[in-house]
Design a protein around this ligand. Structure first.
Ligand code: PMM
Length: 274
């Protein structure tokens, strides 16, 4: 398949636990500085989120999420960065678009707030639909699949159909199998083994494995918590190779440089072989 290089989406979580300093102003300044670092490190776009969507996380209030996200989006967009906003709230997505974001990343795929489809339809902004069976409260409940890949792909297709039925243009949709969301390590590896099935849905594919627990378990099986950031990033770059080979539109990563090099290597190999 001839296509452009897989894009590198840098993760910018504007949450207090992501930055050492307590005060909001400093947190924002740190967040903007980190966004610039991600761009300098090779990120093509930045995914700004103000609410941790790690399974089991408590939700933050709408006011708090707005206060965390909007100023950071505004400042980075003013510097010319391409920004996606990682939110399940319509109000936050709308405010972020007004502040200069151009992509909506909704890990609930419009299931948290149906108005997300209306916003995407009305604004024309590309919308990431991620696969997830539960919202935050029951995300830690055990999940069962008889056929992981088929079910995840079918459920994603259903969200695509729902978005289109609500007026979103098909070519504004991006799909993401949601590694770690309603999926244990085995499910995640099964999904990664068949990225071709997701690519065949025919929409841009986003793969977001970065630093997730199943990668920590790979490098440190007896004590995943002991896996270092460098080890998780090495595993992440390996996943970037697979994603790029499968023709993914983008990978969502915390450390952009190694993934950028990985994606460029795949592009070089593809060019040499064509
Ligand atoms: N994972 C997290 C947050 N946002 N967005 C998409 N589209 N896909 C993901 O897999 C995803 C996401 C949680 O990871 P983090 O806490 O490392 O940001």
């Amino acid at each position: 398949m001839s296509q452009a290089r897989t894009q590198i989406m840098g993760v910018l979580n504007v949450t207090p636990d992501s930055f050492s300093d307590g005060g909001r102003w400093f947190t924002q300044a740190d967040a903007v500085a980190h966004g610039i670092e991600l761009l300098d490190g090779g990120a093509d776009l930045i995914d700004v989120g103000g609410e941790s969507t790690r399974p089991g996380s408590a939700r933050v209030s709408e006011e708090e999420e707005l206060a965390r996200v909007v100023p950071v989006v505004r400042e980075l967009a003013r510097d010319g960065a391409t920004i996606s906003v990682d939110t399940m709230r319509v109000s936050v997505a709308r405010a972020a678009l007004d502040a200069g974001a151009t992509i909506i990343n909704d890990v609930s795929a419009g299931q948290s707030e149906e108005g997300m489809f209306d916003l995407a339809a009305g604004s024309g902004a590309p919308l990431v639909l991620m696969h997830w069976r539960g919202l935050l409260t029951d995300a830690s409940a055990p999940v069962h699949y008889d056929d992981t890949v088929r079910e995840v792909a079918d459920e994603l297709r259903a969200r695509v159909d729902a978005a289109i039925a609500a007026g979103v243009q098909r070519d504004a949709l991006i799909i993401d199998p949601g590694l770690g969301f309603s999926k244990n390590a085995e499910h995640n590896w099964e999904v990664l083994a068949r990225l071709d099935v997701f690519a065949d849905i025919g929409l841009p594919l986003l793969v977001a494995a970065s630093r997730k627990r199943f990668l920590a378990s790979l490098v440190s099986p007896d004590d995943p918590g002991a896996a270092t950031q460098e080890q998780r990033d090495a595993a992440t770059a390996a996943i970037t190779v697979m994603a790029a080979q499968a023709g993914a539109w983008a990978v969502r990563v915390h450390e952009p440089n190694s993934s950028r090099i990985a994606a460029e290597a795949v592009t070089a190999v593809r060019r040499a072989g064509s």
